[in-house]
Design a protein around this ligand. Sequence first.
Ligand SMILES: Cc1cc2nc3c(=O)[nH]c(=O)nc-3n(C[C@H](O)[C@H](O)[C@H](O)COP(=O)(O)OP(=O)(O)OC[C@H]3O[C@@H](n4cnc5c(N)ncnc54)[C@H](O)[C@@H]3O)c2cc1C
Length: 365
Amino acid sequence: MNRIKEINPRDFVAVVEPGVITAKLQGAAEKRGLYYPPDPASRADCSLGGNIATNAGGPRCLKYGVTRDYVLGLQVALADGRLVRLGSRCHKNKTGFDLHRMFVGSEGLLGIVTEATLKLLPLPPYRALIGVGFDSTRGAARSLAAIFKAGFLPCALEIADEFTLAAAYKRTKSEQLAGCRAMLFVELDGQEQSVRAELTEVERLVTAQRPVFINRAFGGAAVESLWGLRREFSYSLRDTGLTKLNEDVTVPRGRLEELFRFAARLQKQHGLPVACFGHAGDGNIHVNVMVDYAQPGNRARADAALDDLFKQILAWGGVITGEHGIGLAKKPWWPLAANEDVRQLHRAVKRALDPHGILNPGKFV
Ligand SMILES: Cc1cc2nc3c(=O)[nH]c(=O)nc-3n(C[C@H](O)[C@H](O)[C@H](O)COP(=O)(O)OP(=O)(O)OC[C@H]3O[C@@H](n4cnc5c(N)ncnc54)[C@H](O)[C@@H]3O)c2cc1C
């Protein structure tokens, strides 16, 4: 089920089957001057059905919102075999409950998405991106706060720490990563004149935090090439040969600096490398606990490190998953993350739609 059935520039919608690869829809929409913003770093490999089931996010979600914000309508196969159409192709709809959105992020536990009607936007005509190197994550986090304080809402604001950058350098040998311990990516989009003017001001704010370098990319092709580097981060950590426990915690934005300090402490306390990068503008950071399972005691160490991480995140009012969902990997922490009333509501919805538990059995509900 991998067909794009329709891209409609008058209605600003796309109708797709769930197996369409995310980047394929984006490319097809852009050819028509249209824009589908949700951009998980896995977009060349992942499907829109998977994106809907996990409510996937990505760098651009800072300005444009996550997958949920683009799902106007769904066709869903229910556990009892009925095919239902929910939502519509309208950009606003208040007919009954927001049932189609209940399936977004439901991790395949409530029904199988067989078709989706997605909202498209006009394609911003111009983009620019800076990759700013710092000698610590503090400079990067402070730049981020200064950018928001000055009233900018960039399209994307991404951060990476020293371990991630070292692994990425080893994989890519890119000179654009050399000589820094933290990096901040800031993308602006819109009309060319305003993007260029705003970027000058953003650079002024960033320069106040004494960066080691600023790499600039103007125009779609150059921007994509610099983003290409960012998309390598996850794969670079895999290259280390260690098992990457990729957590996708999210903290209230004001806790970002504390999160990086905490991750550094976690590393020392448990004797395991911790690599952090991700969607800093959203407070959504991939905290990757890197484990060599061949070493005795490392499994228990990794579990203890994750336990400490999740407890701290929750104590700050954060959430243990901002993108990937609970699934199986975070199932042990589900009771910590959701109280009994909330879990009971989940069970009631699941029972109503899938009384025999045939959809993704064994997952967190
Ligand atoms: C390198 C890398 C980078 C990543 N970066 C990001 C990122 O930036 N942001 C982000 O949010 N995630 C990211 N991810 C996680 C992942 O790519 C996303 O969660 C993506 O949305 C999963 O899509 P998929 O097609 O791979 O789904 P799968 O992994 O195949 O499935 C995911 C879940 O969705 C369910 N599902 C799939 N199709 C349907 C359907 N049609 N109906 C109902 N349920 C369905 C499956 O049962 C499963 O529970 C990344 C992953 C990798 C490997």
